[in-house]
Write a protein that binds this ligand. Structure first.
Ligand SMILES: Nc1ncnc2c1ncn2[C@@H]1O[C@H](COP(=O)(O)OP(=O)(O)OP(=O)(O)O)[C@@H](O)[C@H]1O
Length: 586
């Protein structure tokens, strides 16, 4: 129960609902448990009439009617309060589920990029959905059934003991066995249903992948093989489902068996005691039989509740594992920072801790406010890493990165990120309208701003051709943009933010050189007064920059302007000549 302590703060938050729930549970059980007493009274009246203690039929009738009315009244009140009990406690558990999900989501948002690399998306989703659902089962049904069982048991035992102490002991004898058996069964059911879940998620992953990759499957003519693989997985899933059904089918017969056993004991022992005169009326046996039936289900739930609590404990432990994490990238400055955009790297080195790859080695350069820096280099040379470090997606291991002469670690993290317009290598667009995708970085942008940004990114022409224009929905249910269109929408998203620093990570790779030239021309116009870093494989994207650095294996190989670099023997000149000849050929 150590991990589940985390949920206590929510019980405290909803304490009034919880206390009210407990109170009405007790009231509901008191009313439910008085009904067997009236049944006994009914038996007694009939016995008295037969024995001649009561002679008038009308008296019998009146007594019977009174008892029946009491039974109906008590049942109605018990039903009403049981309804209220569920409403209160299950409602509370839904609120707790909502709060816990939000708490986890907010924590996910706080955590740094490294966290997402170390954990699989499926795992993150499971903890916020499956695990939270299990914890809800503890905060709702488990709590409700526990209160229910405890009150029911105490009140019933008091009623029963005051009536026939020995019979009471015999009656409750099989109940612990019932509880233990249900506990074992629930554990097995849970084990098997977890396996079923694993198979179901395997099946859905397989199906989803084969639909997403349908063009690859068709192009390679492997439909039959894919179907066979699906069938094999499906067969496995069916077998596991059947194993689950087999064990689930045992649940109710076992309950019926144990209830029957308890009833037999009551009838046998009660009957003997009645014959021996230890019990005054047959009504007591009837009363006890009803108690047994009323107690069996709550006692059975003890086993079930134990297994729910165990599962919730394991789930909450998994959730706490993430909740207890501190983001690697911390904001050390609460006051907003005013950023102009003079960037300096001083002997910066950086190693990715998961792969141990030293992506940057002793990098030094400066970019003044309003200047453009182009970074050129082979794939894997560390270009994107430089951009990630400017945006503090990672902190460098050694050296200093400063903006406006302040180490970026000492700047307000949110001001820093707010002053950056970043276009990633793989443009990611949400399943939303094109307009909202562009406005993503600036919620209050007007339609004119959106169109202006799209024009600068050379994508307005494409968007206007869509029937719904800027309201065209992207993603699975909407249209799919080409790679180049996606990149340009992503550029528009960065431009609309009007940031102090613009970072373009090889974001023109999927557009033809003619469009690239137009976009670059616009970018230089937009970038006036802003600090811009352009990462590219093409000399055409870099040639107009104020400074160019050539990276190789995390180190700066060459540095200078286009003019200097094409007149110096080295990587840049070779690349320039190569790309020049390619252009001439095309
Ligand atoms: N998230 C990461 N985790 C671990 N290693 C990484 C990560 N990202 C990049 N690397 C490694 O760091 C090195 C530099 O990568 P980086 O992405 O900065 O290169 P790049 O020059 O931008 O490459 P490309 O031109 O292909 O985009 C590579 O060896 C790469 O494998």
């Amino acid at each position: 129960m150590k991990a589940l302590k985390h949920v206590n703060k929510y019980f405290l938050k909803y304490k009034y609902q919880l206390l009210f729930g407990i109170a009405i549970t007790i009231i509901a059980r008191i009313f439910m448990l008085v009904t067997p007493r009236f049944v006994r009274e009914i038996f007694k009246v009939v016995e008295d009439y037969k024995a001649g203690t009561i002679t008038e039929v009308s008296v019998v009738r009146a007594e019977l009617l009174e008892d029946i009315l009491y039974i109906i009244g008590a049942a109605i009140i018990a039903g009403l309060f049981t309804f209220l009990m569920r409403q209160t406690i299950i409602n509370m558990s839904r609120h707790i589920e909502f709060d816990l999900k939000n708490e986890i989501y907010q924590q996910y948002q706080r955590l740094s990029l490294n966290f997402y690399k170390k954990n699989r998306t499926g795992d993150l989703m499971n903890r916020i959905s499956e695990d939270v659902s299990r914890v809800r089962m503890y905060a709702g049904p488990a709590i409700m059934y526990t209160i229910n069982t405890i009150t029911l048991f105490i009140i019933a035992l008091l009623y029963m003991y005051s009536e026939a102490p020995t019979l009471t002991l015999y009656t409750i004898l099989p109940l612990p066995f019932l509880s233990f058996a249900i506990y074992k069964l629930s554990k097995e059911i849970h084990k098997r249903s977890t396996i079923v879940q694993v198979y179901l998620s395997k099946l859905s992953t397989f199906t989803q992948e084969s639909f997403s990759g349908i063009s690859v499957i068709k192009a390679n003519g492997i439909e039959v093989q894919t179907s066979e693989n699906f069938e094999a997985l499906s067969q496995g899933s069916k077998d596991k489902q059947l194993a689950l059904v087999r064990i689930q089918a045992l649940f109710f017969p076992m309950m019926v068996l144990l209830i029957g056993l308890s009833n037999l004991i009551v009838i046998y022992i009660g009957g003997k005691q009645y014959i021996d005169g230890e019990i005054e009326s047959l009504g007591t046996i009837a009363e006890f039989i009803i108690y047994v039936n009323m107690l069996t289900w709550p006692v059975a739930t003890v086993g079930w509740v134990t297994s729910i609590i165990q599962q919730a404990e394991a789930s909450q432990a998994r959730i706490n594992e993430f909740l207890d994490l501190e983001p690697e990238i911390q904001n050390h400055n609460e006051t907003p920072s005013n950023i102009h955009g003079n960037i300096e790297f001083k002997k910066v080195s950086f190693t990715y801790d998961d792969t141990n790859i030293e992506a940057l080695k002793d990098i030094s350069f400066t970019i003044n406010h309003g200047e453009t820096l182009a970074i050129i280099g082979k794939t894997g040379s560390g270009k994107s890493t430089i951009l990630d470090l400017i945006g503090r997606l990672y902190d460098c291991n050694s050296g200093i990165i400063s903006i406006d002469n302040t180490a970026i670690k000492d700047l307000n993290l949110y001001s820093l990120r707010d002053s950056i317009g970043y276009v990633p290598q793989d443009a990611f667009l949400f399943s939303d309208s094109i307009k909202n995708n562009i406005k993503f970085g600036k919620e209050d942008a007007t339609d004119e701003n959106v169109i202006q940004a799209a024009k600068l990114a050379q994508v307005h022409g494409n968007i206007s051709k869509f029937a719904k224009g800027y309201d065209t929905v992207l993603g699975e249910r909407g249209i799919t943009l080409s790679g180049g269109q996606k990149q340009r929408v992503s550029i528009a998203r960065a431009i609309i933010k009007d940031p102090k620093i613009l970072l373009f990570d090889d974001c023109l790779s999927a557009v033809d050189t003619e469009t690239e030239e137009k976009i670059l021309k616009n970018l230089y116009r937009v970038a006036a007064g802003k600090t811009t870093v352009i990462v590219s494989h093409r000399v055409s994207s870099a040639k107009n920059a104020d400074k160019i650095i050539v990276l190789d294996d995390g180190k700066i190989l060459q540095q200078g302007s286009h003019k200097t670099l094409i007149n110096t023997e080295g990587y840049y000149k070779t690349l320039y000549l190569k790309q020049l000849s390619e252009k001439e050929i095309s």
